[in-house]
Design a protein around this ligand. Structure first.
Ligand code: NAP
Length: 246
């Protein structure tokens, strides 16, 4: 379904990003997944190759503007225009606002939000030129409902929604779509260190009564990356077991 489409997935070493990269590869995409270390990049290459897929892992710190330019250059030279961009890499630095340090605030904004601006800006040019492209930005239910200790994280995730809607309108006539996937609570390293009492509280707020899996998020991304979603842009799909009800 995605044969010969060059897909860039940030934060593909583990968790949701890994499931997305594997899913897009299984659909025939030429997937470039990124990790923050050379070892992580190698692991990505290994799992992509083991699945018989083209593409590879590359090293990228999404909060390094110059590194984004270099990565994009390497991908264009080796694989061609990026047709599908999934901005997945993200961090949480949970802390009550009164205790958040300026450096922590900046790190979360830089990693979760400035990276989305930079990667969209550099990739959208080629998509506009070829009049075809998909951008999928990973947000969070926390951007809609908030969460104690996550004011900085929530600010980035909520900003991603407004950013994506605006960009979607700017590029719509060229068949480039921009959408958001907002996961609820998903079983990954990011949620792995929650205490039992927090987990219990959390589960009681999820109508389906369980956390989601990375593969369930990847399913929504795959739909938005595929030709099946060609008339959907500026939208958010919540993958949250029913937490958000409009
Ligand atoms: P995770 O398991 O913690 O994995 C994070 C990924 O991002 C890793 O591949 C990591 O690479 C990469 N990364 C971290 N800092 C980076 C940086 N500065 N530059 C480039 N890559 C970086 O996270 P996850 O739970 O899968 O979350 C993925 C996305 O979904 C995030 O945007 C997160 O906010 C969002 N989300 C998650 C949940 C959830 O419940 N898990 C819910 C809603 C939204 P390394 O392995 O090299 O460190």
């Amino acid at each position: 379904m995605l044969e010969n489409k060059v897909c860039l997935v940030t934060g593909a070493t583990r968790g949701i990003g890994r499931a997305i990269a594997a899913k897009l590869a299984s659909m025939g995409g030429v997937v470039i997944g990124t990790g923050t270390t050379d070892e992580g990049a190698q692991q990505i290459t290994d799992y992509l190759n083991a699945a018989g897929s083209q593409g590879e892992g590359m090293r990228l710190l999404v909060n390094d503007a110059a590194a984004i330019v270099d990565l994009h250059k390497s991908i264009e030279a080796k694989y061609g225009t990026v047709s599908i961009l999934v901005n997945n890499a993200g961090i949480s630095r949970n802390n009550l606002l009164m205790r958040v340090k300026d450096a922590e605030w900046d790190e979360v904004i830089d990693t979760n939000l400035n990276s989305v601006y930079r990667l969209c800006k550099i990739c959208v040019r080629g998509m506009l030129r070829q009049r075809d492209g998909r951008i999928i930005n990973i947000s969070s239910v926390v951007g809609t409902v908030g969460n104690i200790g996550q004011a900085h994280y929530a600010a980035t995730k909520s900003a991603i929604a407004g950013f994506s809607k605006s960009l979607a309108m700017e590029v719509a006539t060229r068949s480039v779509t921009v959408n958001v996937v907002a996961p609820g609570f998903i079983e990954t390293d990011m949620t792995g260190d929650l205490s039992d009492s927090v987990q219990e509280n959390l589960l009681s707020s999820i109508p389906m009564g369980r956390m989601g899996t990375p593969e369930e998020v990847a399913g929504a991304v795959a739909f938005l990356a595929s030709p099946m979603s060609s008339y959907i842009t500026g939208s958010t799909i919540f993958v949250d077991g029913g937490m958000i009800r409009h």
